[in-house]
Design a protein around this ligand. Structure first.
Ligand SMILES: Nc1ncnc2c1ncn2[C@@H]1O[C@H](COP(=O)(O)OP(=O)(O)O)[C@@H](O)[C@H]1O
Ligand SMILES: [Mg+2]
Length: 351
């Protein structure tokens, strides 16, 4: 059995279904992310796993032990679950030294002095805070403060670490550094992680698997690669990276743009399941659109252009359809107002 199991987990706030019949399993040692827009139920789900919220339906099991069950009216309080937790705000105690911040949960647990010392030193070493042990949090940078929170969560040797947007208050450079550090810590301690984020690149970089959520429901649970390459629906496609959705009419084995059928056919093979369909939506990444010689592909006009450093971002208009195209700055440049032809070899078909 998996290490963490959520079965039909549901949470209502008044009439809002914050979490709606969620099912998932997380393996021992796995980093599993909840990814989705603000308000989709990530924090609520995490808080139910932590034991800060009761359930309006379903049950949660961790390490083969029941933690919460609506049907059995059973709850293990958070302090008895033994999970490590780090939240978005730097939750450190300003009046305690770094060392005491990390040792505090161990003192509460009434461990022996020597064990408290050993575990605290280990957690400080693993989060690169040994040198700062006798400083106070206010003497430290944001990244160091967040590392204190991590060290404190780790000192109790949790089987499960719950992280709720722990990097979103850090500047971009530190954020990337902390990603590597979290991965590193996971290798050292071998715990499972639930990582909550609204940032797709963060989820991609850290996770073994990702659950994409919308309105309290699961949209897809998969590896980062599959989430990117085989998004199950348009929501997942649009949430992971840049996207174009092109409305097409299917006519005599050809896919033409709905608002400009005369502009030419997209060289896309119509999949069997769309054989008899009158129309479809084709999704693609801007980097997958190619400019082709006149006479091939679909004719359009360059409507807008922006330099983004390494890449050039074009908006091509075909009828009323706008198609975003991303090209390397090394490719020949096209000017606004000029005609162009595009082809899209790789598309995902949606109804
Ligand atoms: N304590 C609460 N009382 C009422 N509504 C809440 C409460 N906490 C969360 N919600 C609502 O539940 C939904 C999910 O919220 P949340 O889990 O915080 O989303 P996320 O973490 O994905 O941004 C939102 O619609 C939010 O407004
Ligand atoms: Mg949240």
């Amino acid at each position: 059995m998996a290490y963490v199991e959520l079965r039909d987990v549901t949470k209502l706030f008044g009439t809002v279904r914050a979490v709606d019949k969620l099912n998932l399993s997380i393996e021992k040692g796995e980093c599993f992310s909840f990814l989705g827009p603000s308000g989709c139920g990530k924090t609520t789900t995490l808080r139910m796993v932590a034991g800060f919220e009761d359930l309006d339906g379903g049950e949660i099991e961790v390490g083969g032990k029941l933690m919460s069950s609506k049907a059995k009216n059973f709850y293990v309080p958070p302090e008895h679950r033994g999970f490590g937790m780090v939240f978005q705000a730097f939750a450190v105690w300003p009046h305690m030294t770094v060392y005491d911040n990390v040792a505090f949960p161990l003192k509460i647990k009434k461990l022996s002095r020597s064990e408290i010392e050993e575990r605290t030193k280990q957690a400080l070493a693993n989060t690169n805070l040994t040198k700062q042990a006798q400083l106070y949090p206010n003497d430290l940078s944001g990244g160091e403060k967040q590392r204190i929170a991590l060290a404190r969560a780790l000192s109790i040797n949790p089987g499960l670490l719950l992280l709720d947007e722990p990097l979103s208050n850090l500047d971009p450079h530190l954020r990337e550094e902390m990603r590597f550090e979290i991965k590193d810590l996971q290798r050292k301690y071998d715990f499972s992680i639930i990582f909550v984020t609204h940032d797709q690149s963060e989820a991609m970089a850290l996770s073994n698997r990702i659950m994409v959520m919308k309105d309290g429901r699961t949209m897809q649970i998969d590896t980062p690669l599959n989430i990117y390459a085989h998004p199950k629906n348009q929501f997942v496609f649009s949430f992971i990276g840049l996207s174009n959705f092109i409305k097409v009419k299917l006519d005599g084995g050809r896919a033409v743009i709905e608002s400009a059928p005369e502009a030419g056919a997209l060289a896309a093979e119509i999949p069997a399941e769309f054989a008899g369909a009158p129309k479809a939506t084709l999704a693609c990444r801007p980097s997958d659109v190619q400019f082709v010689p006149e006479g091939e592909g679909v004719r359009g006009v360059i409507d807008r252009m922006a330099y983004l450093g390494e890449t050039v971002d074009y908006m091509v208009k075909v009828g009323t359809q706008e198609i975003r195209v991303e090209k390397s700055r090394r490719e020949p440049r096209l000017e606004v107002g000029h005609a162009c032809s595009i082809s899209i070899p790789r598309v995902v078909w949606y109804e």
